[in-house]
Design a binder for this molecule. Structure first.
Ligand SMILES: Cc1ncc(COP(=O)(O)O)c(C=O)c1O
Length: 405
């Protein structure tokens, strides 16, 4: 039987895919109209690329655009595109050491490189921080017998979700005016609780007091957003106290510039955590650790980026984003027509027009510059410094202009 060319390297097809990428989806024919039901006969790979390019590439938001600052989603470096191509071709499954010997080593390597920045001794990758939080809380329940989860009202919804899945009671603590957990509102007895502290809240980038609350059965730090500041000599003190945690979640698909889905769950005592989270199976050569079964080589993409840039290169890009955030915050503070929310110190800038409706002001901004944030029932706008290519001159001019309309 002759081999199926769909599974062979097609350099011409892949080259065309690159051309389409370069032209942002401008394609012959340029229509993405899709059949209403599964086609009986396919149109072939080359035609499928042409058909999809105007939609996939042409109707996308480019996160490296000069005004892109609305979300915690960064652009990704080209090295990750190249390694993602290799990974798609290999389709390794990290569940099976035989199919993915190097990819497993790559994941172990990035975990080993990054865990010490948080005072942890290991961990594993997950497909995002919702899963990293769930995994950490699962370890807390099974290793320490915690019965409730205590987190601030500004914590991410994934913490509530994890409590629900794990059958744990969810107890909410209040926040101070800067949206940091207020320790005075914590229950007196935390011995049967997993305390979740956030480093970089989703709405305003606030960092909870990470040090000094050492009376919980287990302490987890959700550093999905701000965790990568640990790599920066300039900013790592913003996370001081994180090394006292039992576990830490960090998103690599946020401020480590990785394609989705990429995050880490790190543990102070990885051996104990992985023992609890590990399941053997008749078809497995190594235990399956954590929530996911089959999973891909996200670690290899992260390894490639860290190898290419080093700690210094990664920190320089994060610091550049922080400089952009400081510039925006200073502009807002000095602008008579704008009101700023207190700066959380992690590159999330929240503001609103001082005397106009937020919705009208927001409609006058270029799309992708700011996202809505509802704080204490009031409308605000949020910019996130995740884009190292942000054109700050243009962004400041656009905000100024929106204020004049
Ligand atoms: C603080 C925080 N924790 C957890 C998450 C969930 O991460 P993911 O979307 O990767 O599941 C987010 C997402 O924005 C977040 O901001």
């Amino acid at each position: 039987m002759s081999s199926d060319p769909s599974f062979e390297l097609n350099s011409e097809g892949l080259f065309r895919a690159l051309e389409l990428l370069e032209g942002r989806g401008a394609s012959r024919g340029a229509s993405t109209s899709l059949p209403k039901s599964l086609p009986h006969v396919g149109i072939g790979e080359r035609e499928a690329l042409e058909r999809l390019a105007p939609g996939v590439l042409g109707r996308a938001t480019y996160l490296d655009a000069g005004h892109a600052m609305a979300h915690m989603d960064p652009p990704t470096p080209w090295i990750t595109w190249a390694v993602a191509l290799w990974s798609a071709r290999l389709n390794q499954n990290l569940l099976h050491p035989a199919t993915a010997p190097f990819a497993r080593e790559a994941e172990a390597c990035v975990v080993e490189w990054l865990a010490p920045f948080f005072g942890m001794n290991g961990g594993h990758m997950t497909a995002g921080s919702s899963l990293a939080n769930l995994t950490a809380l699962w370890a807390a329940r099974d290793l320490r017998g915690v019965r409730k989860v205590v987190a601030s009202s500004a914590s991410h919804l994934s913490v509530r979700k994890a409590a629900r899945i794990l059958g744990l009671e969810y107890v909410e603590a209040a926040v101070d005016p800067r949206h940091r957990l207020d320790p005075a509102t914590l229950p007196g007895d935390l011995s049967d609780a997993c305390l979740v502290l956030t480093a970089g809240t989703t709405s305003v980038g606030a960092v909870d007091p990470l040090a000094g609350i050492d009376r919980a059965g287990w302490t987890h730090v959700d550093a999905a957003w701000a965790g990568p500041l640990a790599l920066s000599g300039r900013y790592r003190n913003r996370l001081s106290g994180v090394d006292q945690a039992d576990s830490v979640a960090v998103s690599a698909h946020k401020w480590l510039f990785q394609p989705k889905e990429s995050a880490l769950v790190l543990f102070r005592d990885t051996e104990a955590a992985h023992h609890t989270l590990g399941f053997g199976g008749a078809y497995l050569a190594a235990p399956n650790i954590g929530v996911q079964g089959s999973h891909g080589a996200a670690g290899t993409l992260l390894l490639a980026t860290l190898l290419a840039w080093g700690r210094e290169g990664m920190a320089a890009r994060i610091e550049h984003c922080m400089d952009n955030a400081s510039r925006l915050q200073a502009f807002i503070s000095a602008h008579p027509g704008l009101e700023g929310f207190p700066d959380g110190g992690t590159g999330v800038i929240v503001f609103r027009p001082a005397s106009r409706k937020v919705e009208a002001f927001s409609a006058a901004l270029p799309q992708g510059l700011a996202s809505p944030a509802n704080l204490n029932g009031e409308a605000w706008l949020r910019c996130v410094a995740a884009n190292p290519n942000a054109d700050m001159e243009g962004i400041l001019a656009a905000i100024d202009e929106a204020g004049r309309r």
